[in-house]
Each structure stands twice: as C-alpha cells, then as structure tokens.
Design a binder for this molecule. Structure first.
Ligand code: AMP
Length: 583
C-alpha cells in the first residue's frame, strides 16, 4: 500500500473537526487496507509504531529531525530552525522544504506504508555510539523519497505528534463501519449525519467492539477479529498477562448521594490513598500493571513474592490499591510519599524497606481460566475472600462493611479518614465489572477539597540562575471531546534539588523531549505529564481556554501512574466551581 494513500487520509482528517466525517475517512482507509498491512495502518493511524503494551519508544527528538531535514533538503540548520519558529510545526516545515527539493527526486521510488513503518521501527532500535547518526540517516532517506505531503506526515509520525485528531472512539466506530454491514451507518457526506438501518443493532455492534477493546486494550487484535466477522470478535477474551482497562469510579459529594447511585444496601470500603495495581498471576509468573497499564513488575519484587505466597489460584487478575505506610508506626502515608517507587529502577530492595507498600485487594476479573467480570460484585468479593491468605501490612482485602444505613456509613467514613485514607468507595452489590468504564457501580466519596489531576501543555524557561530549567507550567483539564483546555499556570511546589522531591530539574528532563513549539521563552509540549495540583479556589477567567483559572495553585506530586484520561474534565471543574460557591 502506498504511503500517499495514508498521507491523503491524514490530510483529510486534519481538515475536519467533525467526528462523523473523521470516522468516515478512517473507515474508508480500513476498508482499503489489505490484511497484511492492517497492523501497520492501525498503529500509524494512532500515531504509533509500537503497540501500547510494547515498552519501546521511538525516541526521536526535534533536533534530530532538523538534522535529517538539512541533509535531505540541502538547507542549513539555522534556516530550518528559523522556518520552524515561524510555522511552529516541523511537519509543515518538511512539507514546504520538500516542495523546493530538486527535480531529481521526482523519479525516485514510491514510498510505501511498509517502508515508513519498518524504518521508524528500526530508528527506535538504534542504540549506543553512532545511533544518532544512524537515526538521522534513516529519517533523511525517508524524506528524500517523500512527496511534500508525505514528508509532512513522515516527520510528524517520527515525532509522534500527528495532529490529525483521531480519538479512540473514532477508531472504534470506524472499525464497525468498515467491517460490519449490520453497522452500516448510512453516512451522508452532504449534511454530515448518519441514519443506521437499525439504531439498536448499530449501538450493539459499537458496544461489542468497545468491550473487546476493554478486554484486550489493543486496537490491532480487535480490528483483525472484526475484519473476520462478529464470531471472531465474540471470541475475544481476557488473557492473563495482557493488561485490561480498569473500571473507574464516579464521584459524589455525600453519603446519601452515594447510596442513591449504588442502591441500598451497598458495600463500603476504605478509599486508600495509594495507587492502583492490576496484578496478573499465571502459575509462577506475576505481572503488575499501573492504572495506565504500564508494566511495573520489576519495581515491586516484594509484591510479586507476596502474590506467589498468598494467592491461592493458578491464574487470576486482581484489582488492588498499593498503599504506603511508615515502617515503624505502620501508619498510612499519602501517595506522594511512595510515588517514586513507580519509576525507580535502582536500589529497589532498599526502597521496598524504607517505603513499604501494603497491597489492598478489592476486586477480581479472572480466575483459573474463567472470566468473572459478569459475576455480581458481592460474589467476586467472596472469591477474593477465599483465595487470599491475608498477611497484615503485606497483602489484605480492602476493609469493607455492608450497610444500608447513612449513620453507619458516616461513621465508617470518619474511621477511614482517621486512619489516613482519602474517604470511602461505595459499591453496588450486584454490579458487574466493566473494564474501562465509569459506570455507577463504584462511587468515591472523599473528605476534603481535592487536589486536581491536570496535564502540562506548556512551560516557560526560567531566567538567570534558573535559565536551564522550566520554572512555570501551563496546566490543562480535558473537554468531553478529548481536547485540552488551559486552566492556568503553576510554578510553586517544585523543589530546587532532586533529593527534596519533584524538582524543576526533573520536570525539565521530563518535558524537554515533549516540546512542540518554542517562541521566546515559552514552549508548548505534548500533553503527557500528569501532576496533582492544590489550589485555594477555582475562579472564572477569560485568560484561559477553559474559562476557569486556579487561585494559588501549587504542585504536590507527579502522577506518573496516570494518563490524560484520568485528569479532571471541564464538567467536573465546573461542578467544583459551583460547589465551592455554595459553601
Ligand atoms: P480517584 O483516583 O479519585 O479517581 O479514585 C479512584 C481510585 O481509588 C481507584 O482508581 C483506586 O486506585 C483507588 N482506590 C482506593 N481504594 C479503593 C477501593 N477500596 N476500591 C476501589 N478503588 C480504590
């Protein structure tokens, strides 16, 4: 398949913000893609060359791309950087420069999807001395073969910043449109509307694909199955060792409201202030994933040993919260204290002693070859009660009571907060486990004004002594359409030295590879780094795209267990704004 076809689709996608039209464009590309290229096209549509579960990174920095462009187009680095400053996007720069390229490349070989994909994968595998030169060479070779439009997207794919806006929901719907006649939406290009023959069947198909995605967390597996029909899609099952999207909690503000959502009686549990661990056990093998499904097994050898000793099952997938405690007093500590354990690659054994975690198991998804997602929560709890041998401060079940009584619930809430927890979770006794969904089977009730989880979308270089660091950060929430909307700038809370906690220096290291544009001292960055922020108040503000701003924001911790899906939404922000006004 020629890369031009994909480049044209990217260009069409970029031109429209209409979700249905985007779905139409993607579904057409999927229809045209031969089976053997499907894996490449599905990944490239997501702006990736490795599946999410693969830890390899493309690792192409903007500077490297500038060098590659210089070689391929014969322009100097300063010329290219100058143009970059003007256009703010290296993809556009590549497009313009390739237009001016000498005629002789007109007769060169046609770029194919396979060439671009394979070469970008090879770029990622270059390591050690001379690897940068190799990477530059490979990218410049692709550029020298590319038409201007192809060049634009080769560069953006290399930088993993396609800017064509394909949300996960769009790709999901496009799979249905492309492969299921029953889901033919009857898309009308002239007025951008759909009229499925049978709306119910249409919704069922979309839901089926979503469920398959939640179980596998992999568009590729799902698209391949869907291409071979509904029967293949139905066969998709949970597999131990494959991360599954976790079920998310809705938020309420009072005990009564919590019962209203989950019904009475309900199971109430401590809401521990740690981080989520999805534990996959298969005989002697244990794999641990965070909430954003990153593999952190190596960082938690003690947890792995406990699971092997204390979980009486051949194979299972457990949902848990790992919570830190002070080694001497045994008192729970907030997430902030143990956050460094998630990433730390050295001194792991020592860290496990100074920053121990207790594993609180609260759910199960799979047991000995059987998917237990559709069993009611109360039965799933009985399973974990049976298979887990509790050892205090090592592995225990989440502390739980079952009640229909507001007073008992409030008392349990106070008890939980008194022990250093965040509040309570309320669970519907009959609720099934819906991977990836924020359905009302699990409700959170917290004690205080929340820290907000936000994503960094921009930063500003410091001055004088701090000129090598970013010292101020533009933060954003998300809209329902997956856009990022600014809610202010934050600079306080960060430390001067790494030993003291999250430092300017560490943040700079994290953000530098994500830089998209730079004008003067201000940069924009790819939205990837999630932080928690404390604030005094939420105010209305015309200065930021969300329409709100935080008063006196202060960074509390880096949430590298969380992704941009987990940050606060505009709707939640508005809710908090009105709640605080009522008070
Ligand atoms: P939040 O992080 O505020 O969205 O709250 C939901 C998170 O609370 C879950 O993702 C878990 O990591 C955590 N959590 C703590 N205790 C429990 C529990 N008993 N049941 C479910 N989730 C819990």
């Amino acid at each position: 398949m020629d890369f031009t076809e994909l480049a044209n689709a990217y260009a069409e996608l970029e031109k429209t913000s209409k979700r249905l039209k985007k779905t139409y464009i993607v579904s057409n590309i999927l229809k045209d893609t031969p089976e053997k290229e499907l894996d490449k096209v599905i990944l490239l549509l997501q702006g990736r060359v490795f599946p999410q579960s693969d830890e390899r990174e493309l690792g192409v920095a903007s500077k490297l791309v500038v060098k590659a462009m210089a070689i391929a187009t014969g322009h100097t680095t300063p010329q290219i950087e100058d143009l970059w400053r003007k256009k703010g996007d290296l993809g556009l720069v590549a497009e313009q420069l390739c237009e001016k390229k000498k005629q002789n490349t007109l007769f060169s070989e046609q770029l194919t999807v396979a060439m671009v994909f394979n070469d970008l994968q090879k770029v990622a595998s270059q390591e050690g001395i001379g690897s940068t030169d190799q990477k530059v060479k490979m990218i410049s070779k692709l550029l020298s073969m590319a038409t201007p439009l192809e060049a634009k997207y080769v560069i953006r794919a290399a930088l993993q910043d396609l800017r064509v806006g394909i949300a996960e929901g769009t790709l999901r719907d496009a799979i249905a449109w492309a492969y299921f006649k029953e889901a033919d939406p009857g898309y009308d290009l002239s007025n951008d509307s759909i009229t499925p023959i049978n709306r119910e069947t249409y919704n069922e198909m979309i839901d089926m694909i979503q469920q398959a995605l939640n179980k596998t967390n992999d568009f590729l597996v799902v698209a391949k199955a869907a291409r071979h029909g509904i029967k293949e899609l139905e066969k998709i099952e949970l597999a131990v060792g494959n991360p599954v999207k976790v079920m998310l909690a809705q938020k309420v503000n009072s005990v009564e409201e919590a019962f209203d959502v989950v019904g009475r009686p309900a199971a109430l549990e401590y809401k521990y202030d740690g981080f989520r661990m999805q534990i996959n056990k298969n005989k002697n093998d244990v794999v641990i994933f965070t909430r954003r499904l990153e593999n952190v097994t190596d960082q938690f050898p003690e947890v792995k040993a406990r699971v092997l000793n204390c979980v009486k099952a051949d194979s299972c997938i457990l949902d848990c919260e790992a919570v830190g405690f002070e080694p001497k007093s045994g008192k729970y500590t907030p997430f902030q204290q143990i956050s460094q354990r998630i990433k730390r690659k050295y001194d792991i054994e020592k860290l496990a002693e100074t920053l121990p975690v207790e594993l609180n198991v609260f759910d199960i998804l799979y047991l000995d070859g059987e998917n237990v997602l559709s069993k009611p929560f109360i039965e799933r709890r009985k399973i974990i009660e049976k298979i887990i041998k509790e050892v205090p401060k090592e592995i225990v079940l989440a502390k739980q009571i079952i009640t229909d009584n507001d007073k008992a619930a409030s008392k349990f809430f106070d008890e939980s907060v008194g022990k250093g927890n965040e509040g309570l979770m309320f669970k519907n006794l009959q609720g099934v486990y819906k991977p990836g969904s924020r359905v009302g089977y699990m409700i959170k009730l917290k004690s205080s004004m929340d820290d907000l989880d936000v994503v960094i979308v921009g930063a500003e270089w410091g001055e004088g002594k701090r000129s090598g660091w970013f010292t101020s950060f533009t933060i954003a929430c998300r809209s329902d359409d997956g856009e990022f909307l600014e809610i202010g700038k934050v600079g306080t809370g960060l430390k001067e030295k790494r030993e003291e906690g999250l430092s300017f220096d560490e943040m700079t290291d994290l953000l530098k590879p994500l830089i998209k544009t730079q004008v003067g001292r201000d940069v924009t960055v790819k939205p990837k780094i999630v932080i928690s922020v404390k604030h005094e108040e939420i105010q209305k503000s015309p200065s930021y795209s969300s329409g709100f701003a935080l008063r006196f924001p202060r960074v509390t911790v880096l949430r590298d267990d969380r992704s941009t899906d987990d940050i606060i939404s505009l709707v939640e922000l508005e809710e908090q704004y009105f709640k605080q006004r009522k008070k």
